[in-house]
Design a protein around this ligand. Structure first.
Ligand code: HCA
Length: 406
């Protein structure tokens, strides 16, 4: 495997996410960006993609501020890439702003030719070749990436025609699955073909999640020899997003721990929570590194987890910073959780038999549970009739109480 790391695009594709609208945030503030990039650097991310400065004055300003901020942290090896159209203006402004590299792209499919930039295939080849060769000549040390946008709907012969022309001038070729149509088999085949034809350059992938395959495609790409995969916090990006950085790291860890050697995995969960606090949204339930993944609701699960978490938790998320679990008291809870809750949280001195009886009544009153009448309230009303004594526990013991169920 050639895996060299992830390229974070939280500040570029991430800001194109519908979640920015759902959360009424629209754009990250400079303070948000500083906190997020600090978290990503702590995690071990070293490559960051931003918008080209001509996208907007505020994005241009933020990039300069972020670059200064990152320099002040004093971590070496950080690279900033500008996401650029193959336009002279994008290139010049990005170089002037101090980017280390240019992530150049253009679509070559029939759709892009007809409905996007309006150039014919041959014209695209001529223009892109000219612009990339000239950029390489003027800036021999700038890091140059070129991607055929919508690579997986572009015939591979067309990609070869374009990439053959600029092979000697770029550092890396991208393979973005812009509309999320790729499957793992397609990913493996394409990477193998590119690796064979272009052995001197790195391959970078960018997978959209329209089919829910962005994670497996990213893992497959790395296993097939891709050097970089684009990721973002929560997988935020256009439409359904791209590969989540923490989802990818969790999977790489289980595939081959050495792939994660440069990452501080314990930062994964705090980073996801940080994004949640910025967006004022819950970390998505589909995010592997989340507290949702350590939450149990069904009585059968709760009983087993109280005895041994491994029954319903195959992966130890502690390595990824999730050091708590949640057992929800609700209509599906059984006597085991009710006994645990009443004894350990409410300090009632009750027997298993009483817990059994209480749980039957609790379940029979499930219809009463709603936003205003929470399960705890329903349970409290039932328990009141039992006149249960409270356990007397000395303060010093309470302080040392271990709530973690492991
Ligand atoms: C876009 C499209 C893009 C670019 C990816 C890349 C895609 O938002 O402009 O340049 O590698 O998915 O093709 O995100």
């Amino acid at each position: 495997m050639n895996f060299k790391g992830v390229i974070d695009t939280t500040f570029r594709d991430g800001q194109q996410s519908p979640l920015m609208f759902d959360s009424y945030k629209y754009r990250f503030t400079i303070e948000d960006k500083k906190t997020l990039i600090f978290g990503l650097i702590q995690l071990g991310v070293r490559n960051f993609e931003f918008f080209a400065p001509n996208v907007s004055k505020s994005e241009a300003h933020d990039f300069i501020e972020i670059k200064k901020y990152v320099a002040s942290i004093g971590i070496s090896g950080i690279r900033f890439f500008a996401h650029c159209r193959c336009h002279q203006k994008d290139i010049e402004e990005s170089i002037r702003a101090g980017f280390d590299g240019l992530n150049l792209y253009i679509g070559m499919t029939e759709y892009a030719q007809r409905y996007s930039h309006g150039m014919k295939f041959e014209e695209v080849i001529t223009n892109v070749t000219k612009i990339i060769k000239a950029t390489r000549k003027s800036y021999p040390h700038i890091y140059l990436r070129f991607s055929a946008e919508d690579s997986f709907r572009t015939p591979i012969e067309d990609i070869f025609k374009m990439y053959d022309e600029i092979y000697e001038s770029v550092d890396i070729f991208g393979m973005p699955d812009t509309v999320g149509i790729a499957t793992p088999v397609m990913v493996a085949d394409t990477i193998n073909a590119l690796k064979k034809r272009y052995p001197k350059v790195d391959i970078e992938c960018h997978f959209h999640n329209d089919r829910g395959l962005s994670l497996i495609n990213a893992i497959t790409a790395i296993q097939s020899g891709a050097s970089y995969v684009d990721t973002s916090i929560w997988g935020m990006a256009e439409r359904s997003g791209i590969t989540s950085v923490t989802g990818l790291l969790l999977n790489l860890y289980y595939e081959d721990k050495t792939l994660c050697k440069d990452f501080n995995l314990k930062v994964c969960y705090p980073l996801n929570v940080l994004m949640g606090s910025i967006l004022k949204l819950q970390v998505s339930p589909t995010e592997p590194v989340s507290i949702t993944n350590r939450t149990h609701t069904a009585g059968v699960h709760q009983k087993a987890v109280l005895n041994n978490p491994y029954v319903y938790e195959a992966h130890d998320l502690k390595n990824f910073g999730v050091d708590k679990k949640q057992l929800f008291l609700g209509p599906l809870s059984g006597k085991n959780l009710i006994y645990y809750y009443l004894r350990e949280i409410e300090y009632y001195d009750l027997t298993q038999e009483q817990a059994s009886e209480i749980s039957l009544e609790f379940k029979s009153r499930a219809m009463e549970m709603n936003k205003k009448n929470k399960p705890e309230t329903v349970l409290g009303k039932i328990v009141a009739h039992y006149h249960l004594p409270k356990l007397t526990i000395k303060r010093e013991y309470l302080k040392n109480r271990v709530e973690n169920l492991d």
